[in-house]
Design a protein around this ligand. Structure first.
Ligand SMILES: NC(=O)c1ccc[n+]([C@@H]2O[C@H](COP(=O)([O-])OP(=O)(O)OC[C@H]3O[C@@H](n4cnc5c(N)ncnc54)[C@H](OP(=O)(O)O)[C@@H]3O)[C@@H](O)[C@H]2O)c1
Length: 277
C-alpha cells in the first residue's frame, strides 16, 4: 500500500504512522495545509498514494463555537479538498469523524443507520466533511470515533492525571456517557478497514460505555494516584459547546461485516498505562 496520512502530528496521526510503518507512508500535518487545494493536488500527484487517511481536523470543540469560520474552513472545506485530491489520483479515502454528529438525546447506542443531528459547530463542520467525502469520492470510508486518547496528544486522560496530582480533589461530569477509545486501537482497526475494500461508514470505538466520572476514576486508579473524584452534573460545569448526553456508538457495521470486535475501554486503558505499542 502507498498511504498518505493527514494530521500526522495529532494523537491519532502519530499512532497511524506506527501502525502503517510496514507500508510506504507519506505523513503531513500543517506542512500540507488542507485548506489550500493546489499544493494538495501537487503532493498527491507526486506521491501517487492508493490510500488516504484523513485525520487532520480543527478538534478544539469549544474553540469551534468561537471560530466558526475556521471550523468550516478546516473540517468541511479542507476535507472537501482532500476528497478532491483523492479522487484526482484515484485513491481510496478514509475520513475520521465523530460521535458529535449525533444529538445524544437517545438512550440507545447509535448505529451507522441512525439519523444525525449535530448540536455544536464542531459536530456540524465534521458532518459537512462527511457529506463532502461521500459526494466527491467514489471509494471512501468514514470512521466515526469518540472520546479519543493516545500517548501523542492532549486529552482527557492526561488532563485528569495532571489535575488529580496537582489538586488531589476533582469534580467530574457524571451525566454524559460515551465510549473512551484508545487511538492505537482505532489506528489498528482503520488499517483493517482500508485493507478490506468494504467501503462505507463505520463506528469505531472501544466497547462498553461509561460516564466521564467513571472514566476519571479508572484513570486515577490505574495512574496510582490518591485523589478524591466526585460526580457533578453538566449544569455545574458549563462549556461553550453543547455536548451530547448519551454519546455511545454501536460498532454495528463492523459487526455486520464480520470484523473482530474492539476490546473493552477498560482493557484498552490498561494497555495505554502499560505503554503498550
Ligand atoms: N479527540 C477526540 O476525542 C476525537 C473524537 C472523535 C473524533 N475525532 C476525530 O479524530 C481525528 C483525529 O483526532 P485527534 O484527537 O488525533 O486530533 P488532533 O490531535 O487535534 O490532530 C489533528 C491534527 O490536524 C492538524 N491540523 C489542523 N488544521 C490543519 C490544516 N488546516 N491542515 C493540516 N493539518 C491540520 C492539527 O494541527 P494543530 O494541532 O497544530 O492545529 C493536528 O496536528 C480528527 O478528525 C477528529 O475530528 C477526535
Amino acid at each position: 500500500m502507498k498511504v498518505l496520512i493527514t494530521g500526522a502530528k495529532g494523537q491519532l496521526g502519530q499512532d497511524l504512522q506506527k501502525v502503517f510503518a510496514d507500508e510506504e507512508v507519506a505523513a503531513y500535518d500543517l506542512d500540507l495545509d488542507i485548506t489550500d487545494l493546489s499544493p494538495l493536488l501537487k503532493k498527491f500527484e507526486s506521491f501517487k498514494p492508493d490510500t488516504i487517511i484523513h485525520a487532520a481536523a480543527y478538534t478544539d470543540v469549544d474553540g469551534c463555537e468561537k471560530n466558526q469560520d475556521t471550523a468550516f474552513e478546516v473540517n468541511a472545506l479542507g476535507t472537501a479538498n482532500v476528497a478532491i485530491a483523492a479522487n484526482y489520483v484515484d485513491a481510496q479515502m478514509l475520513y475520521v469523524s465523530t460521535d458529535y454528529i449525533f444529538d445524544g438525546e437517545s438512550d440507545k447506542p447509535r448505529t451507522e443507520f441512525d439519523n444525525v443531528n449535530p448540536q455544536s459547530v464542531y459536530g456540524k463542520s465534521k458532518l459537512a466533511g462527511e457529506k463532502a467525502v461521500s459526494s466527491l469520492t467514489n471509494k471512501f470510508y468514514i470512521a466515526r470515533t469518540a472520546w479519543l486518547y493516545g500517548h501523542g496528544g492532549a486529552n482527557f486522560v492526561k488532563t485528569i492525571l495532571r489535575a488529580a496530582k496537582e489538586k488531589g480533589k476533582l469534580k467530574v461530569v457524571d451525566d454524559q456517557r460515551g465510549s473512551p477509545t484508545f487511538s492505537l486501537d482505532l489506528a489498528e482497526k482503520i488499517k483493517e478497514i482500508v485493507k478490506s475494500g468494504q467501503y462505507g461508514t463505520y463506528h469505531v470505538t472501544n466497547s462498553g460505555e461509561c460516564s466521564w466520572f467513571d472514566f476519571a476514576k479508572k484513570i486515577v486508579e490505574l495512574g496510582g494516584i490518591n485523589a478524591q473524584i466526585t460526580p457533578c452534573s453538566t449544569k455545574e460545569y458549563p462549556r461553550p459547546a453543547k455536548r451530547p448526553a448519551f454519546s455511545v456508538l454501536r460498532n454495528y457495521n463492523l459487526e455486520l461485516r464480520g470484523f473482530k470486535p474492539m476490546r473493552s475501554w477498560q482493557d484498552a486503558l490498561e494497555s495505554y498505562f502499560e505503554g503498550s505499542q
